[in-house]
Design a protein around this ligand. Structure first.
Ligand SMILES: Nc1ncnc2c1ncn2[C@@H]1O[C@H](COP(=O)(O)OP(=O)(O)OP(=O)(O)O)[C@@H](O)[C@H]1O
Ligand SMILES: [Mg+2]
Length: 365
């Protein structure tokens, strides 16, 4: 898919901007704090219905204004798509796809697929399991509405179960109805995560091998809180969750929260048999994330039939020259948006292969 056109009004530090994009490579160049990432973020908002930097929509609205508008025009295999997002200070945001008002954000997912790589993504290898769960959730939600639905259900039921446990003050309560629902949604989550990690592991292994010129082997392993077999169906996963919930009921009651389930899952990222989180060098950690992100491009292509767009925020300065040129030279089939403060590595590209936008104080030149 290709983003042809982006319009923003009263968004972040932009009063108004209208950009027409190159189908292959678009470069936002400028000093710090000029509005480069803001543009990637605007595209992202049209994909996910929210920012990747903040949960608060208010921060996206230009200071002193009370409404913000973002529009993306998209070319896909099956036709053109027009996505509009209106953010309001005083009421809920409004999202339209092809002029039709959406009732739920989940209806937006899958219209514009993006893969984002930003310095923040290093958290994926460096920090705790919740970052890796977020990664799985975001990526699987993009390709499966069913997953997104089950995840929201699971979180709602989990919250409720935890509240009941907390208020029970250590006394036994009847959780049967909740456990049943929690296990149903949880089983779907585990099923999807297991299949996703298997696919992403294969693809990222290939990517990593290319980027490191076969020096390293990358492996991604799903590390679920409730152990499941490779061929377990949803129904047997559900039984396993129920069993574990029942087994842990005393602990849960005592602690006032749910101690087992996919909200405790993790994903291991391993290079040459060592966990990258503990043993990886900075460069290895970065490259592992890069391989994962490039693998996602292929995974989404396989699932939805066309490549997503790739948003690379400040990534160039973090990679060595050979990895930078690998990136630029191997993304010919994927529309890519890059932010950078330096011109160095882009100079070698001929001008018909890309568009350059110079960004200064919320103005585009
Ligand atoms: N709601 C807002 N209203 C007005 N200005 C804002 C708003 N939100 C952010 N800004 C401004 O946007 C600028 C940051 O934009 P952005 O994050 O896109 O910078 P950048 O060009 O990516 O910089 P860097 O190279 O440091 O990453 C800051 O100057 C910030 O003050
Ligand atoms: Mg930035």
């Amino acid at each position: 898919m290709i983003v042809d056109d982006l319009k923003v009004i009263n968004y972040r530090n932009y009063e108004q901007a209208h950009l027409k994009f190159h189908p292959t490579l678009n470069i936002f160049i400028g000093d710090n704090a000029q509005g480069k990432t803001n543009l990637l973020e605007a595209i992202y908002v049209c994909s996910a219905g929210k920012s990747f930097r903040t949960k608060k929509d208010q921060e996206l609205i230009k200071i002193d204004k009370d409404q913000s508008y973002i529009q993306v025009k998209l070319r896909k295999i099956n036709g053109d798509v027009n996505i509009e997002v209106r953010l309001n200070s005083d009421k809920k945001k409004g999202i339209k796809v092809n002029k039709i008002h959406l009732l739920k954000i989940s209806e937006l997912l899958g219209n514009l697929n993006v893969v984002l790589f930003s310095p923040e993504d290093l958290k994926l290898v460096k920090e705790g399991p919740s970052e890796r769960r977020k990664f799985m959730d975001r990526e699987i939600s993009q390709i499966s509405n069913k997953y997104y639905y089950n995840l929201s259900q699971y979180n709602k039921i989990l919250q409720h179960r935890n509240k009941l446990l907390k208020h029970s003050k250590g006394k036994k309560i009847d959780l049967e109805v909740w456990d049943e629902q929690l296990a149903s949604a949880g089983a779907e989550i585990i099923f999807y995560r297991r299949n996703f990690t298997k696919k992403i592991s294969l693809l990222s292994k290939l990517m990593h091998r290319k980027i490191t010129e076969s020096k390293e082997t990358l492996k991604i392993i799903y590390d679920p809180n409730i152990k499941v077999k490779e061929d377990d169906e949803v129904s047997s996963i559900k039984q396993k969750i129920l069993k574990k919930l029942q087994k842990n009921v005393d602990v849960d009651t005592y602690r006032g929260l749910t101690t087992v389930g996919p909200h405790r899952d993790d994903m291991k990222i391993i290079i040459n048999d060592l966990d990258v989180k503990t043993y990886g060098s900075q460069g290895q950690q970065r490259t592992a994330v890069l391989s994962l992100k490039l693998a996602e491009l292929e995974l989404i292509k396989g699932e939805v039939g066309e490549y997503p767009v790739l948003l690379l925020d400040d990534v160039m300065s973090e990679l060595d020259l050979s990895r930078q040129s690998y990136l630029i030279n191997n993304l010919k089939n994927v529309q890519t948006f890059i932010t950078t403060t330096m011109m160095d590595n882009i100079k070698e590209l001929s001008s018909e292969n890309r568009s350059i936008f110079t960004i200064s104080k919320g103005q585009i030149y």
